[in-house]
Design a protein around this ligand. Structure first.
Ligand SMILES: NC(=O)c1ccc[n+]([C@@H]2O[C@H](COP(=O)([O-])OP(=O)(O)OC[C@H]3O[C@@H](n4cnc5c(N)ncnc54)[C@H](O)[C@@H]3O)[C@@H](O)[C@H]2O)c1
Length: 256
């Protein structure tokens, strides 16, 4: 894909699922990859997979909710590869429950990782892209960013926040040659969704809503993220690309 080869890309949450698939796909397209994750074992495994295929990468241990960590991750990319061109801010957690039952700790954790984490990543990535005079960023939202998820108001709030943040950032940095977009996965087979898949009742409920009649693969979301970062998406700004097998075209989350 044009505009990916030889570029430096930061991928967070790259130690598992969608982030790992994207890190591998960026590398297959010739990018140099900063593999960011708080899970050292998962991150190192992704870096190993990339290097085994002849790609260039570094693993950086990062908690995206911590400013110092994120700043250090971006600096590592700059010192190893000379700058930052692209970013897939994807790290996230899916926690929640009824809003009157969750603790303040859970609320803070979900917002700090899913929403503040994306802001912190952009805060440190964008100045590097400004130095280059160009850049492309993709933030991971969710179908729960487009439609309320009856199961987790805090997750819904964090992902609605990502869409607003993405659109606002797209407006602020278009003049600097930086495109900011989002990708909104549906139900994707990763460790995050394992509990949904193993709950027979839940899986049946979900399958009744997915037009594709199957759960998605992380590689299918990775394709969308890499495309949004590529030159093929040069006129796409502030957009959320939904990759959900038709989920959002069906009935709302709260309808049986
Ligand atoms: N799997 C789905 O069905 C689905 C659906 C919609 C949206 N998403 C979103 O996709 C993104 C990736 O999820 P996934 O399905 O690949 O899940 P996953 O659990 O497989 O991967 C998430 C990764 O993020 C990392 N992470 C978590 N907190 C972090 C932190 N504070 N700092 C750095 N890394 C951290 C984890 O260690 C893990 O490697 C998330 O933002 C998630 O909300 C997933």
């Amino acid at each position: 894909m044009k505009g990916i080869e030889s570029r430096v890309v930061i991928v967070t949450g790259a130690g598992s699922g969608i982030g790992r698939a994207a890190a591998n796909l960026f590398s297959k397209n010739g990018a140099k990859v900063v593999v960011g994750d708080m899970n050292k074992e998962g991150g190192e495994e992704t870096a190993h997979q990339i290097e085994k295929e002849g790609g260039q990468c570094i693993f950086v241990s990062v908690d995206v909710s911590k400013s110092d960590d994120v700043e250090a991750m971006v600096k590592s990319g700059v010192s190893r590869f000379g700058g930052v061109d692209l970013a897939f801010n994807n790290a996230g957690v899916a926690l929640g429950g009824a809003l009157h039952e969750i603790s303040e700790e859970i609320w803070n954790k979900v917002i700090d990782i899913n929403l503040k984490g994306a802001w912190l990543c952009m805060k440190y990535e964008i100045p590097e892209m400004v130095k280059r005079g160009a850049g492309a960023i993709v933030n991971t939202a969710s179908i729960a960013g487009h439609q309320a998820d009856v199961f987790s108001p805090v997750y819904t709030a964090s992902k609605h926040g990502i869409l607003g943040l993405t659109q606002s950032a797209a407006l602020q940095y278009a003049a600097s040659g930086i495109r900011v977009n989002a990708v909104s996965p549906g139900i994707i087979s990763t460790p995050m969704s394992a509990s949904l898949e193993s709950d027979t009742g839940m899986k049946e409920w979900l399958m009744g809503r997915i037009a594709a009649d199957r759960i998605g693969n992380p590689e299918e979301v990775a394709e969308a993220a890499v495309w949004l970062c590529s030159d093929a998406a040069s006129y796409v700004m502030g957009h959320s690309l939904v990759v959900d097998g038709g989920f959002l075209s069906g009935p709302p989350f709260n309808q049986k």
